[in-house]
Design a protein around this ligand. Structure first.
Ligand code: SF4
Length: 356
């Protein structure tokens, strides 16, 4: 099968079936960059309201470069992987300083921006500027490995190199078909991802509706369910935490996470990782410098961060004396102020329990 033969049917399928997504209504590289960064590790339906809010508040590079970091992470709250938003702010400052506020259009310059890798750089240059730059994300890997019938691990270097090379050839070929000044590089790359998202899905792909079904080797060989071949999953690690909502005179103690590491700069209730035999009262006494402790169980929040499966057991402590929490990086605030602080998603759920 000549892989290039997929380009025309795929472009046709995309023109008839693409979803009406807000960032598809623009060719502004800034808006497309924001959407691509938000879409990393996050589903389209989750991203839409975030992207719309963001574009209202920060409609251009300059507004992002001049932004306040606390406001940014508050706007990003719930999307996770917060290094993304910090890198965006740094990149916006670089664009203002180095490129006079105009988003660069040369791939080499785009790739020099913080947080922009090969996929994102290719996506911005192809979607915004219609340059024939390839992109390979999880959707494209799935479509191409099935189409070509690659039965080696899709993460091996030789397979990854091959997929980038095929994707580069296809997007260049799409431009050579450009007879009516269509934006073929932009449409072709989006079409590959769209097919992976809507038709060539990880499980139960809709092969009967696929515009490439006659050209697909995995389908011919009945190997759709085993391609792409994934490396063995990493082992999951369970972790247990005790957390405390410490209340004193209608105020609640809240602490700030360190400026480096996971969820840097976010706010949360004091909490500690414990082993399976730990007792909450003991942990509270040892860490919160409290004498008599009355614990009121509030909730258990199960959440995941990368390979960790965390169980956060929360308790409320009503203290009659002001606890001495000077060694924690935090402050006493009223319950109503919790709403306006950027909180980690687990602790946002705790707040929702607290006020429900
Ligand atoms: S025929 Fe099925 S497996 Fe092959 S590309 Fe289409 S949806 Fe994917």
């Amino acid at each position: 099968m000549r892989v290039r033969s997929i380009v025309i049917p795929l472009l046709k399928w995309f023109s008839e079936n693409s979803r009406d997504l807000p960032w598809r209504k623009t060719t502004d590289p800034y808006a497309i960059w924001v959407s691509e960064i938000m879409l990393q590790q996050t589903q389209v339906k989750t991203v839409i309201p975030y992207w719309e809010r963001w574009m209202k508040r920060f409609p251009n590079i300059t507004s992002l470069a001049n932004s306040n970091e606390d406001e940014l992470i508050k706007l990003w709250e719930g999307l996770g992987y917060y290094s993304r938003v910090r890198n965006m702010r740094k990149a916006a400052k670089d664009i203002v300083e180095v490129y006079g506020g105009k988003f660069p259009c040369d791939l080499k310059h785009v790739l020099s921006l913080p947080g922009v890798g090969r996929y994102t750089g290719g996506a911005i240059c192809s979607i915004a500027y219609n340059q024939p730059e390839p992109i390979v994300d999880g959707n494209v890997v799935r479509v191409l490995t099935r189409l070509i019938g690659i039965e080696e691990s899709s993460k091996s270097k030789s397979v990854v190199d091959r997929l980038w090379s095929v994707a580069a050839d296809l997007v260049k070929h799409s431009m050579s078909l450009n007879k009516s000044k269509q934006r073929n590089a932009s449409s072709f790359n989006q079409a590959m991802m769209e097919l992976g998202a809507l038709v060539c899905t990880p499980r139960n792909p809709l092969c009967a509706n696929c515009p490439l079904k006659g050209r697909c080797i995995a389908r011919k060989k009945n190997k759709v369910e085993i391609i792409p071949v994934m490396p063995k999953r990493v082992r999951l690690t369970k972790r247990r935490f005790f957390g405390f909502v410490v209340c004193w005179r209608n105020k609640i103690f809240i602490q700030r996470r360190p400026r480096l590491g996971v969820n840097a700069g976010f706010w949360e209730f004091p909490n500690w990782e414990v082993d399976t035999t730990a007792e909450a009262a003991h942990v509270a006494k040892a860490n919160l410098s409290l004498g008599q402790v009355d614990l009121d169980p509030l909730c258990i929040i199960n959440h995941s961060i990368t390979r960790y499966r965390n169980r956060l057991e929360m308790f409320v402590i009503e203290s009659t004396e002001k606890p001495s929490l000077a060694k924690l990086n935090g402050q006493w605030i009223s319950e109503s102020k919790l709403e306006g602080l950027p909180l980690t998603s687990a602790h946002r759920k705790v707040v929702n329990k607290l006020i429900s």
